[in-house]
Design a protein around this ligand. Structure first.
Ligand code: ADP
Ligand code: ADP
Length: 228
């Protein structure tokens, strides 16, 4: 099934163009890395796909719905199917790690018992079992990143957008995150993973979407060796 489709999409910050003529189709269960130099438009692409910033032109279809035709309530429903790890994380400062991760489950109406079990399991698996009650300011940057990942995946999103989620964590933790993302993609989540971590990109046989100057290049087939 098609999760998202972009046709000729452009995006601007005020008058300044940031993305040009993007065509992209993602199917359920697909996994793509997104790479490119700083300023290439990777974060802008995720802002566009997470419905944080509107397209300036072109067509954006998510879960079969043309986003331009949706009202506020329908947009909110679409957003709830998207898990996002923002580069700036956007954790809620006044909530504990546990409550940050629990938030999407609470919004979806899960019971306290379900929440208690699944959030504790997730945070323990991420190595945060000892810091459940700490607020973001009391966590390391890497721990905060893991909390943001936990929150993004907790509701098993149909689309997962992760903006450099491993930039502040060690290799072993990065492998754990990959495990988590891979198991989600096996369950049908389409995953877009923005990263500068070349060792991750090389280790996994997934297609690489390469961006430059606000444009998306055709994906490099994963069977070919990557050139620099
Ligand atoms: P990347 O994530 O690949 O580093 P970005 O998407 O952050 O690239 O940036 C793409 C272009 O858009 C850059 O020229 C950047 O300066 C510009 N840009 C990014 N965010 C904003 C913003 N909030 N306001 C104005 N310009 C922005
Ligand atoms: P990054 O690419 O590191 O994610 P962001 O795009 O999030 O950076 O931008 C960081 C901050 O700088 C934001 O507050 C954004 O509004 C601002 N910014 C980035 N690029 C520009 C730009 N070209 N013009 C104006 N503001 C920008």
């Amino acid at each position: 099934a098609t999760i998202l489709q972009l046709e000729g999409v452009g995006m601007r910050y005020g008058a300044t163009p940031a993305l040009h003529d993007i065509d992209l189709r993602l199917t359920a269960g697909s996994f793509h890395f997104v790479v490119g130099p700083s300023g290439a438009g990777k974060t802008s692409l995720l802002r566009l796909l997470s419905l944080s910033h509107p397209p300036a032109e072109g067509k954006l279809v998510l879960f079969g719905r043309d986003v331009a035709k949706l009202d506020q309530e329908e947009l909110a429903a679409v957003r709830r199917r998207i898990g996002v790890v923002f580069q700036d994380l956007r954790l809620l400062d006044h909530l504990s790690a546990f409550d940050n991760v629990a938030l999407p489950l609470r919004i979806n109406g899960a019971s306290d018992e379900q929440i208690s079990t699944s959030v504790s399991q997730m945070l323990t698996w991420l190595g945060l079992g000892d810091v459940l009650e700490r607020r973001p300011a009391e966590l390391s940057m890497g721990q905060r990143q893991l909390v943001a990942v936990g929150r993004a995946v907790m509701c098993r999103p149909s689309l997962l957008l992760a903006d450099e989620p491993t930039s502040s964590i060690d290799q072993a933790k990065a492998q754990r995150l990959m495990h988590l993302f891979l198991s989600l993609s096996r369950l049908g989540t389409a995953v877009l993973f923005v990263t500068h971590a070349e060792q991750l990109v090389r280790r996994y046989p997934f297609p690489v979407l390469s961006m430059k100057d606000g444009r998306l290049r055709p994906p490099v087939p994963s069977v070919l060796p990557m050139s620099a």
